[in-house]
Design a protein around this ligand. Structure first.
Ligand code: HEM
Length: 424
């Protein structure tokens, strides 16, 4: 690094540094992230890509099966086939050496965009092994400890360290952001060969997430600019940025409103064919206590973490869940936004203009939360007789206290209502 670069970096606002780091590292230089799959990976890793592609058509079944005995056989068959492929095609010691070298930064066999694509492949392969069939079924939900093949555990431990997450299952970053190619096609599909309505729903649902992030990137830059301006006492620039944010905020939120509609994501198929597989609902014993990991939820989306932190809201996820599902670079940017949030300070200084601009942002987040609750209900209420009551983000909910889907929806609605109440 030259002297000039050093001076620039050390002068840079901490929040700007965190955003830059997020884009450089997890984004491989862009946001939403740059990703490369399969053929561009180091040779030792390529079989993982080929195996997922080969096994993807075996995964889904239409219509869903409620025959537990047949489902158990199907899952066992899927697992044994994929285990055999791993055994025959993957040289685990080569994989291990390559990942160790990549982690030590020795040579550069593994560019960041390829690493992102590999994260998607291993995460999706783990979900495929965990469930063994789509839609997910009761016999698989009853399994609480999954004996994963070593070929999936070795790279997973590496990826957990690199990205800074601890869950056994994937997250929104691995399963959605890193799972699209340059032409916006899903690489590791879960409903290969299913009727068009199911495939359309899968594509649109997955696509909301990177699209939202793409539209939100200018907002992230403005948030950082407003903080720098506020810290330097440049009030006019700060107000300019806040105005920019509330104008730009409409776009990512519109992507949500426009996509979560029946013509794109059909309510009759979302629960069984899009959501269940993204759950995890299994875990491990840690210090004698059973720890269960959830799967994916919109609650892991960076956009909401960043905006909530900027407007000074407390986090929605516990620290433990942040560590499990949110990559470190995202957590660090969120923490910095929260640390440098100037809303309370501006209020204490009696700056009514800044507060008024902040309120415009808050108002849009309230509108989103109200719309999200209303849109979520019919999707959650669809029948899914093949499985127990579960949401991907909160694992299996069925219990004595939550005997059916109505009780589950009420439980979930309390969480959403709580968040809406905090959005002030
Ligand atoms: C059919 C689609 C969806 C359903 C049924 C649904 C349902 C839910 C439920 C039940 C929760 C509370 C439990 C939890 O934290 O996991 C939740 C949280 C959340 N969801 Fe969704 N969701 C859907 C799609 C989305 C999408 C597309 C987004 C964003 C683009 C999103 C963003 C969020 C956020 C940010 C939270 C955290 C709570 C909050 O900030 O208000 N959801 N969702």
């Amino acid at each position: 690094m030259t002297e000039h670069q050093e001076a620039t970096v050390s002068d840079e606002h901490a929040t700007a540094q965190r955003l830059r780091r997020l884009i450089e590292m997890d984004g491989a230089g862009s946001w939403p992230p740059k990703v490369a799959h399969g053929p561009s990976w180091p040779a030792a890793l390529r079989p993982y890509h080929d195996i997922y592609i080969e096994m993807a058509p075996v995964l889904p079944v239409y219509p869903p099966s409620v025959d537990s005995e047949a489902n158990a056989i199907r899952i066992a068959t899927f697992r044994s086939r994929i285990r055999n492929l791993f055994h025959d095609k993957i040289n685990l010691s080569e994989v291990e050496s390559l990942l160790i070298a990549a982690e030590r930064g020795e040579s550069s066999p593994f560019p960041l965009d390829a690493r992102n694509g590999f994260f998607a492949c291993i995460a999706l392969s783990r979900h495929a092994y965990r469930w063994g069939v789509i839609p997910v079924v009761k016999v698989a939900q009853d399994e609480k400890f999954i004996d994963m093949p070593l070929e999936l555990n070795v790279p997973w431990a590496f990826l957990q360290r690199i990205y800074g997450v601890t869950s056994h299952g994937g997250n929104v970053t691995s399963n959605y952001f890193y799972n699209f190619d340059k032409d916006d096609n899903l690489v590791y599909e879960i409903n290969h060969g299913m009727p068009k309505m199911i495939q359309t729903a899968e594509h649109h649902f997955a696509r909301i997430f990177p699209v939202l992030e793409k539209l939100a990137l200018p907002i992230y830059h403005e948030m950082v600019k407003s903080m720098i301006a506020f810290d330097r006492g440049q009030r006019e620039q700060c107000l300019e940025s806040l105005k920019e944010i509330s104008t730009s905020l409409r776009l990512p939120l519109k992507a949500f409103y426009d996509t979560l509609v029946n013509s794109k994501i059909d309510r009759s198929v979302w629960l069984s064919y899009c959501q269940g597989f993204q759950g995890w609902a299994a875990g491990e014993m840690k210090d004698g206590v059973y720890v269960e990991y959830d799967g994916l939820s919109g609650n892991q989306l960076p956009f909401f973490h960043f905006v909530d932190a900027f407007i000074g809201m407390p986090p929605y996820l516990s620290e433990e869940n942040m560590q499990r599902y949110i990559p470190a670079a995202q957590r660090h940017f969120t923490a910095s936004l929260r640390e440098h949030s100037f809303r309370t300070k501006a209020k204490e200084m009696g700056d009514v203009e800044i507060e008024a601009e902040m309120e415009k942002i808050v108002k849009q987040m309230r509108v989103f939360r109200e719309a999200h609750r209303a849109r979520a209900r019919p999707y959650l209420s669809a029948p899914a007789p093949e499985r127990k009551v579960m949401t991907a983000g909160k694992s299996v909910l069925e219990s004595e206290k939550i005997p059916d889907s109505n009780a589950a929806i009420e439980f979930l609605f309390k969480l959403l209502a709580g968040r809406l109440k905090q959005t002030v």
